[in-house]
Design a protein around this ligand. Structure first.
Ligand code: ADP
Length: 262
């Protein structure tokens, strides 16, 4: 290992002898650090919109000094910031619900073409402000799994593809058989991601460019939700990306989860 955290205790053994007990606490320390970072991140993410809200509230508290145009802007900003806090809390709750490892027996059939159809309608709404070409190629394949978790995984991938494209571009979503598995994929020709970031993308609160993305309303939790949702289906997220060329995010579900597999 690169480093080791050792806890040493000195205990009396006899009148003139001591016992040194050394315990490897590396893993405990790492967990503790993760927990501390997590709390610090949550606090920071909540504090920013709260500070903005507070500022506008103070301004509205003095209506005689606030021109009507400013009042409208303040209300709009307050709605935006409240929305942002609500998203963050929703995502945190989702993560905490998924945290308990489960030995899932899937008896629920998820009708994927219908589910992806719902996501398509949402995506079209989200994309209205941009000159985006959205393509969906969906094969009629259902799977056994958890609908909510699969929905959330696919929704996050589609939303990211749309959000990170600046003004125009295309996003292609596919759901298809690949040999004996089934694959969900989202491909975009957006900004792409530098290779050094790829291994860390699914870490909680990890953002490639914190400034740019906080403007985008991102929390840095989306891909960690995807990761956890996929773990419940014994699957994992894969990504291929090149700065300037775009990204492809995909996951596969094993043959055992496919309904009516021939
Ligand atoms: P966020 O809420 O910030 O989008 P995510 O966990 O969903 O957080 O994504 C982590 C980071 O990965 C994002 O901040 C963004 O920098 C990068 N990213 C994710 N998807 C894409 C994409 N399709 N194109 C470019 N960058 C992306």
């Amino acid at each position: 290992r690169d480093s080791l955290d050792i806890e040493i205790r000195v205990m009396p053994y006899s009148d003139d002898q001591f016992l040194l007990v050394a315990r490897d606490v590396t893993q405990l320390k790492q967990l503790e650090n993760l927990r501390r970072d997590f709390v610090a991140n949550v606090s920071h993410e909540l504090k920013t919109p709260l500070t903005v809200l507070q500022g506008y509230l103070e301004m509205l508290d003095e209506p005689q000094h606030t021109p009507p145009a400013m009042t409208a802007k303040a209300v709009e900003q307050m709605q935006l910031q409240s929305e942002r806090m609500k998203n963050l809390v929703d995502q945190l709750l989702q993560l905490s619900r998924m945290e308990t490892p489960s030995h899932d027996v899937f008896d629920q059939v998820v009708e994927m073409p219908a589910l992806i159809g719902e996501l398509r309608a949402e995506a079209e709404k989200l994309a209205t402000d941009k000159a985006l070409q959205l393509t969906f190629d969906i094969e009629p394949i259902n799977v056994y799994g958890k609908r909510d978790l699969l929905r959330s995984a696919m929704q996050n991938l589609i939303t990211n593809a749309i959000r990170y494209i600046q003004d125009e571009g295309h996003v292609r979503v596919t759901w298809r058989r690949v040999r004996d598995e089934v694959e969900f994929s989202v491909e975009d020709n957006g900004p792409g991601i530098d290779g050094e970031h790829l291994p860390r993308l699914t870490e909680r609160f990890y953002r490639v460019d914190a400034d740019r993305n906080s403007e985008n309303g991102g929390t840095g939790l989306g891909l960690s939700i995807v990761k956890q949702a996929l773990e419940h289906h014994n699957s994992h997220l894969e990504v291929n990306s090149k700065p300037g060329a775009g990204s492809r995010f995909w996951f596969r579900l094993s043959a055992g989860l496919i309904q009516n597999r021939k």
